[in-house]
Structure formats: C-alpha cells, structure tokens
Design a protein around this ligand. Structure first.
Ligand code: ATP
Length: 363
C-alpha cells in the first residue's frame, strides 16, 4: 500500500508574492486525490514543495515519519525515491528514445544490471500501453504517448506516491478519458497513493477518491470527493461549471464591481456562454478495467469515509449513502428506509479531512 502524506500548515511565497498559506490536508494511503484550482493558484508549486524541489516558508510535509521541509539532504534524497512524478510536459529527454528515457532513473539511482533494467522498462511500457514504441524518440510520438511515457518513467522505481501535474494538458477529451482510466488501473495494480493536479473537471468528477481546491492563496476544501461535488461554495460552482460568473476572474479573482456588473448583464439576459445545466453532483467513479484486480483503496476509503460521515455536509452524506451497495449497508448498519441515517463511529474530522473553512464568500 502507498504511503500516507500528512501536510500541515504549509505556506509558500516567492519574495512578497504569497502563493498559498496554511495548507493542511492528508493524502490517505493508496487513495487517489485530485487538487483543482484556477491557473496560477500554485498547484505546480504545491507538487514541487511536496518533493522538496521548492522550499516552503513554513509548515510540514511528512512521509513515512520524515518531514520533507526540514529533513537533511540525505533524508530528502532517500524519501524522494518514494515519489514518482509525472511532470506537465512529460519532461522526456528529446534525444533519448523511450526505452532510455524510462530506463534513466534506474541507471541513475540503482545498480541494477542492464538485463534487469530491460525487464522493468518493458514491464512499465506495457503497463502504460507503449509496448513496441520503445525505440521511438519523444518527437516522433503524440502528446498522449509522451504523457504515458512520462508516467512509465515515473513508475520504474516502484513509487509509493505518484504525483501527476496536469496529466490532461494538451490532450483531447478522448485521450484524457483513456489517461484517467490508466490512472485508475494503475492504482488497482500497485495501490500507490496518487495526487493529480488539474483543471479538468471531467477527470476531477470521475477519477479521485478525494477532491480539493486551491483558490485565493488558500485551500478552499479538501476531503472525500462527494463534499466538493455537492458543494454550494460559489467558487466551486463556478469552477466546476466553467462559468465566467462567480468569484474567479481572468487574473484569478474579481472585485465586487466586476461581479455586480456581470450579475447585471446576466439579469438582462446576456448569456456568458456556459450551459444552464449544473455539472455539480456525484457521478459514478471510474472502476478498473474488467480483468484487473479491484482497487484495495475502495474498501479502506469506505471505512474511512463512513467513520467521518456525520462530520460531512448533508448533501455529501446523502450522496455517500446513496452510493452504498446492499452489502455496504449491512456492513455499516445503514437502514434501508428513506431518512434512516447510519450510526458510524465518528472520529475527529481533522484526522482525515479538511472541510470548508474559508471566509472568501462572506462579506
Ligand atoms: N520558481 C519560481 N519563482 C518565482 N515565482 C514562481 C516560481 N514558480 C512559480 N512561480 C509563481 O507561482 C505562481 C503559481 O504558479 P504555478 O505554476 O504553481 O500555478 P498553477 O496553479 O500550477 O498554474 P497552471 O494551472 O496555469 O499550470 C505563479 O504566479 C508563478 O509565476
């Protein structure tokens, strides 16, 4: 099972530009989490801070008892080996073929024989659907294949934690759907903890166990997917529906005058081009491709979420209860009659989830 990542009070600025502050969340072991956020909110900076490529001003990021923020260089080097990172552009070496690109971390960080390296590289290329492409150069393949090659390379050291920076960027919706499926299949096969940062709503609705959002230099929320997907927070509603009306503006946030003007335009019948349909709501989560093992994280997550159910907002509770199977209902003692609430054993919410706490939508 993948490692847990505990982040507490993480704060980052560049000079006097605050990027985000007091980010607190836990990535539950082996679960898939997605961090949403408008462009420029510091999602990539967040990933880089998690692996010690950037140094936060304060806070902790603890993996297997090691705080990435304050540990020694040698501990950082060791702990980094637990991470596999898929960078936004795949970050492949243009002059190396896919085989050598994927083999690179093994040649750099291990003393494995070339025969062993070949076995591992071919296994990871197959896992990411790239068998037969090992002699191609990155410039000779499509963006989707480059992403998958980047993922194959992220997997060669058998990471416990996989970080994906906008795996969908530059991909069409169909390729993004394939990549989403690949991430779920991968999780089923290796049970790694996965964090994906993206602005892709479809991916965010269908892939993760947990969903969070960064906006206005803070973590708006982070917790079970059902919380964000049923949230009434204006910034979430705007982002999920891709609307211009709402607190997010072209350069991240709007002032009150602009918001009022847009409301007036809408009231006078001016369309902002978005669909009237509200895309919020819980849709079924992707399952592993038939024939693959079940995701071990699913049962662990259900136990975890049921243990904090009562601390979640009512709409999220309802969605979670609706998604339970008859077997789950028996396991958790959930009544079959409408309106009957389960009686799990609530734990402190801080244990696993940070729920909406921001004040940005209040005057
Ligand atoms: N090394 C750096 N030095 C100074 N500023 C930086 C550095 N890296 C990032 N920034 C700034 O931090 C802010 C957040 O950048 P980041 O790339 O993390 O945003 P993002 O949410 O990933 O955006 P996008 O979704 O567009 O990729 C930006 O204003 C960026 O200019």
């Amino acid at each position: 099972m993948g490692a847990e990542v505990v982040i507490e009070g993480l704060t980052k600025s560049f000079g006097n530009q605050a990027i985000w502050r007091d980010v607190t969340l836990t990535l539950p072991p082996g679960e898939v989490s997605v961090m949403l956020g408008p462009s420029g909110t510091g999602k990539s900076v967040f990933l880089k801070s998690m692996i010690g490529l950037l140094k936060p001003d304060r806070g902790r990021c603890v993996v297997n008892g090691v705080d990435i923020v304050t540990c020694s260089e040698s501990k950082l080097y060791e702990t980094r080996k637990l991470f596999g990172v898929l960078f936004q552009d795949g970050a492949l070496f243009g002059s190396m073929n896919l085989f050598d690109n994927v083999a690179f971390p093994l040649r750099e960080h291990t003393r494995k024989s070339e025969a062993e390296i070949k076995r591992i590289v071919l296994e990871k290329l197959e896992l990411t659907g790239l068998q037969g492409a090992e002699r191609k150069l990155p410039g000779e393949i499509s963006g989707g294949m480059r992403k998958r090659a980047g993922l194959a390379r992220a997997l060669v050291l058998d990471p416990e934690i996989i970080l994906c920076d906008e795996p969908d960027s530059g991909l069409d919706p169909v390729r993004t759907a394939y990549l989403s499926q690949l991430l779920i299949d991968l999780n089923a096969q290796i049970d790694a903890t996965i964090l994906i940062v993206t602005h892709n709503i479809n991916l965010a609705r269908t892939v993760p166990d947990n969903l969070g959002m960064l906006f206005r230099r803070e973590l708006v929320m982070f917790g079970p997917r059902e919380v964000l997907l049923t949230s009434d927070e204006p910034v979430v509603a705007q982002f999920v529906n891709g609307r211009r009306r709402g607190p997010i503006g072209m350069s991240e946030e709007k002032d009150a005058a602009q918001m009022a003007q847009e409301e007036a335009h809408a009231a006078s019948g001016h369309s902002d081009g978005s669909s009237e349909d509200d895309l919020r709501g819980i849709v079924p989560q992707l399952e592993p491709t038939p024939g693959l093992p079940e995701r071990a994280a699913v049962r662990r997550r259900k136990d975890r979420v049921m243990s904090i159910l009562r601390s979640l907002p009512p709409a999220a509770q309802e969605g979670i209860i609706d998604s339970l199977t008859a077997e789950d209902r028996a396991r958790y003692g959930v009544g079959v009659l409408a309106g009957v609430r389960p009686s799990p054993h609530p734990r402190g919410v801080d244990e696993v989830a940070t729920l909406p706490k921001s004040t940005w939508d209040r005057p």
